[in-house]
Design a protein around this ligand. Structure first.
Ligand code: SF4
Ligand code: SF4
Length: 223
């Protein structure tokens, strides 16, 4: 049985899935040293609202410090990109070989050779959900979506995710506008931007408490 449900961490929503702990989806496969990391090959981009959330508390500032101290992190004007592990040599060997899965749906095979800087193999993410990015908190892979799409509630899950992402875009645009009016960027004035974000009121979003989606996947998993 697979369950998809909404979880809140300090009022920050995320979609959780009980299959992620024993992921056997194509994009969760690892061909590099970072094993059992599900789809945490993603290199997260932290937007202004993510950074503002972190700026408001001591543990949030600790998370922000971890992000900026990660060796692969790049700070841009209005977001932070935390890059992690990538085994380029193995990736090149793989691309030149005949190991490519036949008929897969992937355009980017680097994912098999990457690891987010914040994932602990077999344990998962070491950042609290309240400081993770929208992508990290709401991604559902193709295999799980395929299983869930015929469930009456799944469409509602997709709609609510879209509504929330639009709200985040709007809030990020507002914050970017305020900072640019003051000629402030993360790249040039990091400390001032954090101070400004601390002073600005943090907008809240009332994400609905959706009923869990419960799927009988025995037919799908071949059990
Ligand atoms: S969303 Fe899919 S690919 Fe990612 S960990 Fe869960 S089951 Fe695996
Ligand atoms: S920040 Fe956490 S959830 Fe997001 S990709 Fe990295 S380990 Fe996974």
């Amino acid at each position: 049985m697979t369950k998809i449900y909404v979880e809140f961490d300090n009022n920050i929503p995320r979609y959780a899935c009980t299959s992620c702990g024993s992921c056997d989806s194509l994009i969760g496969k690892s061909l590099c040293k970072v094993k059992n990391r599900g789809c945490c090959w993603y290199f997260p981009k932290f937007t202004l609202i993510d950074i503002q959330r972190m700026s408001k508390t001591t543990d949030g500032l600790k998370a922000l410090n971890r992000i900026i101290n990660n060796p692969g992190t790049q700070i841009y004007n209005y977001y932070i990109h935390a890059k992690g592990f990538f085994d380029e040599a193995e990736y090149k060997r793989y691309m030149e070989s005949d190991m490519l899965p036949v008929g897969d749906y992937l355009e980017d095979h680097t994912i098999f050779f990457r690891g987010c800087p914040f994932v602990k193999p077999g344990k998962g993410c070491t950042l609290p959900p309240r400081y993770r990015t929208f992508v990290c908190n709401f991604f559902i892979c193709k295999e799980i979506s395929e299983m869930a799409k015929s469930h009456e509630l799944f469409h509602r899950y997709e709609e609510e995710r879209l509504r929330y992402s639009r709200w985040l875009d709007w809030e990020n645009e507002n914050l970017r506008h305020i900072l640019s009016q003051e000629n402030l960027t993360l790249q040039s004035n990091f400390t001032e931007v954090i101070k400004e974000l601390q002073e600005l009121e943090l907008s809240q979003y009332e994400f609905p408490c959706l009923e869990p989606i419960v799927l009988d996947d025995s037919w799908y998993r071949g059990a």
